[in-house]
Design a protein around this ligand. Sequence first.
Ligand SMILES: Cc1cc2nc3c(=O)[nH]c(=O)nc-3n(C[C@H](O)[C@H](O)[C@H](O)COP(=O)(O)O)c2cc1C
Length: 214
Amino acid sequence: MSVFDSVLGLKSFRSCKDDTIPRKSMGKVLEAGRNAPSPGNVQSLEFIVVEDEHKKEFLSESAGDHRLEEVPTAVIILGDIDRMSRRFSDHMAREACNAEAACAVQNMRLVAEEEGIGSCWIGGFDPERVSEQFGVPTGKEPLDILGFGFSLDEVERPSKFGLNEVCFYDGYGNQVGSAFDGLEWKGLHEEREIYGKKAGGFLTKLRKRANKYL
Ligand SMILES: Cc1cc2nc3c(=O)[nH]c(=O)nc-3n(C[C@H](O)[C@H](O)[C@H](O)COP(=O)(O)O)c2cc1C
């Protein structure tokens, strides 16, 4: 499956089997997280893999999400805010860690999907309680929790805004007709819709060049 198809097909599961995830697959998923891009290449992330039933129950309760007690494996993503703030200001450091964590999460979810493993992304939980329960040292913080499991449901992917509604050419609000809806933008219509702009650009250049010699 192409990366494009994987991105378009990625969705969170609502429920999953309790079949164990093979260590080899989990290793690949974690490796994908470790290889996420990092602001300033500080590499602020660490990962706690949770398989213990009581600890998953705790996570589920602290996030208010039943999926975390159903999954065979959850992963807590920690950001080293202290290390990041030696490179950036305190405010920036948190943002940088969150950005790095988001990249890691998406890397991990995509590689999990390739391994046939579904996932859910949980950002809403009490980080202090989670830190205390898992012995996270001061200066480091749980930023996200990922649940991994073999999906039980065929969930519909929630609809997204159309490309035409969120993507503009050369200035806010400049839409390229209806050609940007869905995948059509790759097609011939795009050529027709932006032809005027392309031709305009070419003619302007030609006129400028001609003016030089007149
Ligand atoms: C930073 C971030 C935090 C999120 N936190 C939660 C969460 O706490 N609980 C949850 O159910 N989904 C959470 N999500 C998942 C989104 O709700 C989900 O991606 C969105 O509804 C689209 O669904 P899909 O992933 O199935 O396409 C989070 C997503 C992001 C990017």
